[in-house]
Write a protein that binds this ligand. Structure first.
Ligand code: NDP
Ligand code: 8X3
Length: 251
């Protein structure tokens, strides 16, 4: 039975990925800050699918929490086959001259530093075994920038760079590294970006059919289940109404 660790499993893309891999009987390590949501998802999975879960409740911005909770796993759960680096957020949408420093720090600490903390603790186990797969959820915002997206785009450009860099560093050890870079996916993402404003969040998905978490989960399952000798380096996946971060066909 293979083991997958998913950061940001409490909603959206991460939750959909957890359910997709549970269907195929992967053992799941579910991570996030909202412990109640993690427990609910764990119970749902263990009731409906023939597999087991572990819940790791931590704030990925705090390396001491990442390390302590990871170390609390039973030893036979530490050999992780797939690390799904998904936890992340946009906080705010404003010009560089008006940006909120707290928003910037949240994004940098979560999307870049958090991704590094969890990768740093898990990758040595993969190196030791000579196998494993790291799947990074980047963004189309890591390929292009857009008005007011400045710091969020910069963090996702960093994920894009780290995705390439990890692949080179881990190459001698047979470890696969893949980035999935989505366009608009309807999740809690925009609610978080607009600090809980439901109207602003809903407006982002008006006039076209956005992707849903299941679309990304299907993609993650596909890239994770190719023949041993095949790796997908990078996938940009968008709704049909989105050609770039700025070119839309909205009705
Ligand atoms: P959601 O807001 O629905 O999910 C974000 C997840 O990240 C939650 O499970 C949240 O868990 C977790 N998370 C956020 N901050 C922290 C933290 N400090 N510590 C631990 N976990 C954290 O959004 P999505 O599912 O859309 O986002 C998932 C990823 O996809 C992100 O990296 C995002 O940048 C990326 N993405 C999203 C797109 C979209 O249009 N939705 C498009 C392209 C990329 P909790 O709050 O419980 O900690
Ligand atoms: C989320 C997609 O275009 O809002 O990463 O940045 S976008």
């Amino acid at each position: 039975m293979k083991t997958i660790l998913i950061t940001g499993a409490t909603s959206g893309i991460g939750e959909a990925i957890a359910l997709r891999f549970a269907r195929e009987n992967y053992r799941l390590i579910l991570c996030g800050r909202r412990n109640e949501k993690l427990k609910e998802l764990s119970a749902k999975i263990e009731t409906n699918y023939n597999t087991q879960t572990q819940v790791l409740n931590f704030d990925i911005r705090k390396n001491s929490e990442v390390v302590a909770t990871f170390n609390s796993l039973p030893n036979d759960w530490k050999d992780i086959d797939i690390l799904l680096n998904n936890a992340g957020l946009a906080s705010g949408l404003s010009t560089i001259q008006e940006g909120d420093i707290e928003d910037w720090e949240k994004m940098i600490d979560t999307n870049i530093k958090g991704l590094l903390y969890i990768t740093r603790i898990i990758s040595p186990f993969m190196v030791k075994r000579g196998k494993g797969h790291i799947i990074n959820i980047g963004s189309i915002a890591g390929k292009e920038v857009y008005l007011n997206g400045n710091v969020y785009c910069a963090t996702k450009h960093a994920v894009d760079a780290l995705n390439k860099a990890m692949r080179i560093d881990l190459l001698p050890y047979g470890i696969k590294v893949t980035q999935i870079a989505p366009g608009a996916v309807e999740t809690e993402f925009s609610l978080v970006r607009f600090h809980g404003d439901p109207e602003k969040a809903a407006a982002v998905y008006k006039g076209y059919k956005p992707l849903c978490g299941d679309d990304i989960a299907e993609t993650a399952y596909f890239v994770a289940n190719l023949p041993e000798h095949v790796n997908i380096n990078d996938i940009v996946i968008v709704p049909i109404a989105q050609a770039s971060t700025t070119a839309w066909n909205k009705k």
